[in-house]
Design a protein around this ligand. Structure first.
Ligand code: HEC
Length: 126
């Protein structure tokens, strides 16, 4: 009986340790602020990646009036919205602007931080 209780305790302890280490790992992977590098954001990689995954579907070449007739798939078009402040306003859900992506959850913090950093770095075609 004694043996049964102590082995049960060991199993419980192992499960508890495992559960704690798992939840720690989840916390780290959710905390994207730690791994988000915004020092030198590039249009050709970072920005195009974010927009192609989240925006081109509605704002691609030949966008219709349904998405405001706005094509963000070329640098020169995007630059106009970046310089006017609309790009950062829509992704940060600033009051007075339509929240983007339209009808969907906000982008993850790292994507928003990268877009903001790219605009602050001069919205370069880099
Ligand atoms: C499901 C379709 C859809 C997606 C996805 C989408 N948009 Fe839009 N977008 C729209 C529509 C519709 C409008 C016009 C909204 C309005 O005028 O009320 C718009 C308007 C805009 C505008 C103009 C805002 C203004 O009035 O100044 C910008 C800039 C914009 N979107 C950027 C983005 C960006 C950046 C993304 C990706 C993060 C994105 N959109 C994703 C549908 C979409």
């Amino acid at each position: 009986m004694r043996k049964y209780i102590s082995s049960t305790l060991i199993v419980a302890a192992v499960i508890t340790c495992f559960a704690i280490s798992c939840s720690k790992a989840n916390e780290e992977s959710l905390n994207d602020g730690n791994t988000c590098d915004t020092t030198a954001v590039r249009y050709s990689t970072d920005i195009v990646n974010i927009l192609s995954n989240n925006c081109y579907e509605c704002h691609g070449a030949g966008s219709t009036a349904g998405s405001g007739g706005i094509d963000l798939s070329t640098y020169s078009n995007l630059k106009v919205h970046a310089d006017a402040g609309h790009l950062v306003a829509v992704v940060t859900h600033a009051p007075g602007y339509p929240a983007m992506p339209y009808g969907r959850p906000k982008l993850d913090n790292c994507s928003i931080n990268k877009i903001t950093a790219w605009v602050n770095q001069g919205a370069k075609n880099n």
